[in-house]
Design a protein around this ligand. Sequence first.
Ligand SMILES: [Cu+2]
Length: 282
Amino acid sequence: MKTQLKNIFAVLFMALALTSCSDSDDNSPINELEGLTKFQEMTNTTHTIELYSHAGALVQGYNEVKLRIKDNVTNQYIKNATVSWMPIMHMTMMNHSCPNSDVDKIAADGTLYEGYIVFQMPQNDTEYWDLKVDYTIDGVDYSTTSVIDVPASTKRTVNTFMGSDNVKYIVAYAEPHHPKVAVNDMVVGVWKMQDMMTFPVVDGYTLKIDPRMPSMGNHTSPNNVHATQTTAGDLYNGKLSLTMTGYWKINLQLAKPDGTIVKGEEITETVTASSIFFEIEF
Ligand SMILES: [Cu+2]
């Protein structure tokens, strides 16, 4: 049975390899790159780092980024590297980084590594982001740095603010990528700015959500669930209820574990929007 399945997959793989004209030089799992688009290559003398995302681009806000490391000589993808990265924004007066995760291997026998980067500001004419990727293969250290393209988002998906506790926070919208008229699984992130280069995850808070349609009497929706964290260091999970298509403003309040609101306002008859919010339109 196993052999039969293997044969079927082998045939499928060959059919795919014949119909697609590229990427035939690696023996990684067939669906590894499904839904991903390469948006950049970073090359040094020894390797080429391929950067992938669902959208095929980086955006201001939360980005799930995947990468592969190709040996420039053998054209083989490296499966045993240890990888880290450092995004830096080069501004006129200073440099700073942004919230970003560790880079982990997705599957032991695959070639992809993944993590997230939250760009809290977009590039502009004179200020830009670059990404430094450090990696170790068989005890040898390598590095490469490239300028990356981070255009401004038209909808707000990230908020940077000073809390009432004088801590500088960043909250970002990660999912749903493709919102539906439904109760959507929502993923957000909460980080603090410890210094210009260090943005750790904030643990144990609650990001309260109140989605509203400003164009329709500012109505809300039922069955929303505020975003909370299951495991320290992780992103936050909630439920985002969207009862119709269109433009929604997701009003936010960030609450400490003891319930203290450090930023954001409750929506009332007179307060129609919070000072921190996400926007979606679908
Ligand atoms: Cu900046």
